[in-house]
Write a protein that binds this ligand. Sequence first.
Ligand code: MEV
Length: 403
Amino acid sequence: MKFYQLKPEQRREILQSEGINLEDIDDQVLNRLDKLSENVVGQLRLPLGVVQNFLLNGQSYMVPMAVEEPSVVAAANHGAHIFARNGGVKATSKRTGIYGQIVLKVNHDFSLPDLKKKFPDLIDLANKEFASLIRHGGGTRSIEAERKGDLVYLKVLVDPAEAMGANKTNSILEFLAAKLKQFPGIEEKLFAILSNYPSQLTKATVTLDPKTMGGRKVAERVALLSKIGYEDPYRAVTNNKGIMNGVDAVLIATGNDYRAIESATAVLASQDGHYRSLSKWTMQDGKLVGELTLPMAIGVVGGSIKARKDVQQSFAILGKEINSAKLAEIIVSVGLANNLAALLAISTVGIQAGHMKLQARNIVSELDASDEEKKKVLAQIIKQKDYSESYAQAVLKQIREGK
Ligand code: MEV
């Protein structure tokens, strides 16, 4: 039997026989995970943190974030706190659809104008074939075409309703490609697959009174850092990493495809041929105004979302009213909150102070010590601002020697 055909327990036995130490795992959990992925031998878990009060479009949300870096959740909470002091963040999402691509090889019998005349019929056919998508409020919306030599590029826009829509879009594209084969002059379909090109654009904006965030000088510094991020790609990419810290953490917590968002985001950041910050902070009438637009091909149903209990708990945290538009708005707004917190840290005490305080917990958790001892070590290393493992060990030794 091939490795992928084995039961997960059998795969684990093979790895263990090679001397690999695997974490214990409940049989039921293992078998459930085996249905979600391939060659499964275990699971990887992440801490699930929350932003407690995220004020967005006048509504307060508790937002789940799955990430192993403590400063990310702390930064989101810090940004969210400042947003809330200023009436919250406003966001809008355009759930117009995601793109699919069909590329065809054509010969001299092919006529693009004739093909274009067929598009309304093709859209109708697709919407009849995929009627359940229509019932959910989605559907195939448009087809555009362009010829480049003997290749024709079709761009199909599919509204996936409440889902991310990758599977459904791929099925629709295959269906359309099969119909197109009958058209004169089309020799072959080269491929028919969704495109991760930016779509489902979601924008978050916030207007902050400098008094709520350290004063005018700090606000002006944030705006200056933002300008640097617009001009300098070395800074832009780091700025954008800070945004993706928050974005990815919510995407992962809600079982969404963060790879798709990451790749689409990179396109958006370099849309004028120069890689730039995705966010923009400017001083306007004495206020600091922040804005961020991101492609949010996400969903609240579909994929493995329903099948994953860990993801379902995130949706329970978000509350019953959540839909894909609201989730997209939350995600982009959290990205903006993380971005603000990072810019504030950089423009004031520097990032390392906050980071190291949080990393101190990781260092202390590694100590072979009681909870009480760990508490004392943590307090001491934070006091001394020495976050090295050797210092933590030395403090533990002193505590044990009663010094
Ligand atoms: C660290 O994870 C993210 C930051 O570097 C982002 C930034 O510099 O804007 C703090």
